[in-house]
Each structure stands twice: as structure tokens, then as C-alpha cells.
Design a protein around this ligand. Structure first.
Ligand SMILES: Cc1cc2nc3c(=O)[nH]c(=O)nc-3n(C[C@H](O)[C@H](O)[C@H](O)COP(=O)(O)O)c2cc1C
Length: 259
């Protein structure tokens, strides 16, 4: 086997030690680090190099708290109830509830503590910019995949740059953009894609989990022995959910029983 470069080793080390953290210390992070992170993010790939991203750095404690409250009120409420339509064990572990649903919802609404992180990066996209791409010629609208593909690339670079500086982050999916836009004064035309709190972890390190390489790589042609039937996929999803319980709990600094 050919020797790998030290750059590969550094990158591999970075991606395997980076982890999502869901409990942050309020300790400040060094001045200029957020800008260093965004300096990396702006080099993300995007369709036709349209660079549809913009970022809001939120440090004001009151604005952070209002964002967290909006998250609890709109996002948590929405995903809690939508998850209830699924079979119990296929739900996100936090939403595996059989009784006292409203009490559980109220508990879950208090869980998110990312407003305590010293800085939050909000990733925005301007869908008009990606009308320069091939996709733009085919599909009208502001939320085409070339927009979100580019925003995802920039967002992942944020997470990598965060890890490279010895910090941690969380990918906080936003399902309902409008309340956050109102708080931040974001124009209607823009997409509010993601919230990324950044700080020091208030939990210990843990092992990352990924599918083994041999399960997902095919050479020259698709290897049908690796193809999963619909039934196998369902079994896989059950297994994934079971595995989520301990990982998610430790990323939030609670025991698996407390979820
Ligand atoms: C599209 C996407 C959506 C995600 N949504 C959330 C989220 O809403 N909340 C959260 O805490 N983590 C979220 N994550 C983080 C994943 O749960 C996490 O990356 C995955 O479990 C692997 O764990 P690791 O990042 O610690 O390696 C999301 C990640 C991606 C790429």
C-alpha cells in the first residue's frame, strides 16, 4: 500500500475525533476563532460557484435565549408530534413516549441548552444566487437542492474547522424558519438553513459510530450482495435507533435511562 500524506492523516484524525455535542460550557472561546471558522466555511464548494451562504454570528445572551425559546416552541413541538405517528421504537429516543405526552413534551422543550454556548453561527442561504447554476434553469423556486447542497457543504466545513480549533459544535436542524427569521431580522427571501452553537463541551469524549467501509463501497459495478431489501432496511433502522439511545444521551451528558 502506498504511504499516505501527513495531510491525509491529519484530516482523518480530525473527522474521526470530531463529534456532535449537545451540552456546552458557557466559557468564552478565544477572540477571532469564529472568524477563522467562517474563513474556512467560505471555501466550500457550490453549484457554479454561486456561494449562496451568509452567516449571522450571535453572541448576545438575550438573542440566544430567544432563539432557543423559539426552537422549543416551534421546532420541538413540531418534531415531537410528528414523531408520534411512527412506530414506537422507530421514533427518536427522546420522543419514545407511551403516556403523559404533554409532560414529556414540556420536558423536551426544556432540554435544548445550546443558547448557553458562547457563540452561535446561523447559516443563511440566498436562493437567488444559485440561479446561476444548471439546476436554476430547470426549477424555479428558492429552495432547490443546489442551494441546500451548497449550504450543507459550508456547514460541514464549519463543523470541521470548529474541531480543528479544539472546540465542539452541534448541528441544530431548523424545520420552521419563520420565527427565527423574525428574531434575527432576516429578509423573507433568504433561507434560514441551520443553527450551529459553538463552544467547549460539557461532556467527555466518546467513540464515533459509522458503517464499515466494506459495506458501502462497490468496485466497477454495484455489488448486489450489499443491496438491502426493504425489510432489511427496516431492521437497520430499528438497530440505528437502538444505537442512538446511548450515543445521544452521552452527547447530552445524561444516562441512557434518562434519555
Ligand atoms: C442533516 C443533518 C441533520 C442533523 N440534525 C441534528 C439535529 O437537529 N440535532 C442534533 O443534535 N444533531 C443533528 N445532527 C447531527 C447528527 O445526529 C450527527 O452528526 C450524527 O449522529 C453522527 O454523530 P457525530 O456528529 O457525533 O459523529 C444532524 C446532522 C445532519 C448532517
Amino acid at each position: 500500500m502506498a504511504e499516505v500524506t501527513k495531510e491525509y492523516e491529519m484530516l482523518h484524525d480530525l473527522v474521526t475525533t470530531r463529534m456532535s455535542v449537545r451540552k456546552f460550557k458557557p466559557d468564552p472561546i478565544p477572540d477571532g476563532h469564529v472568524e477563522k471558522i467562517l474563513e474556512v466555511a467560505r471555501w466550500a464548494m457550490s453549484g457554479a460557484n454561486s456561494q449562496p451562504w451568509e452567516f449571522i454570528v450571535v453572541r448576545d445572551p438575550e438573542i440566544k435565549r430567544r432563539l432557543r425559546d423559539a426552537y422549543s416552541e416551534y421546532n420541538t413541538d413540531y418534531i415531537f408530534w410528528m414523531e408520534q405517528q411512527r412506530e414506537y421504537k422507530l421514533r427518536h429516543p427522546s420522543y419514545q413516549v407511551r403516556e403523559k405526552l404533554h409532560e414529556s413534551l414540556a420536558f423536551n422543550k426544556k432540554k435544548a441548552n445550546w443558547h448557553l454556548a458562547p457563540a452561535i453561527i446561523v447559516v443563511l442561504g440566498d436562493g437567488r444566487r444559485q440561479w446561476g447554476t444548471v439546476m436554476g434553469a430547470h426549477t424555479f423556486g428558492r429552495d432547490q437542492s443546489h442551494l441546500t447542497d451548497g449550504l450543507a457543504n459550508a456547514s460541514f466545513l464549519i463543523h470541521l474547522a470548529v474541531a480543528s480549533l479544539g472546540l465542539t459544535s452541534e448541528w441544530v436542524t431548523i424545520h420552521i424558519q419563520e420565527p427565527f427569521k423574525r428574531i434575527l431580522g432576516v429578509p423573507d427571501l433568504l433561507t434560514l438553513y441551520l443553527i450551529v452553537p459553538i463552544g467547549l463541551p460539557d461532556v467527555g469524549p466518546r467513540e464515533g459510530v459509522r458503517r464499515p467501509l466494506e459495506d458501502l463501497v462497490h468496485y466497477d459495478r454495484y455489488d448486489m450482495s450489499k443491496y438491502m431489501s426493504n425489510e432489511q432496511i427496516i431492521r437497520y433502522l430499528y438497530g440505528l435507533r437502538e444505537a442512538t439511545v446511548p450515543v445521544h444521551s452521552s452527547s447530552r451528558g445524561v444516562s441512557a435511562e434518562e434519555k
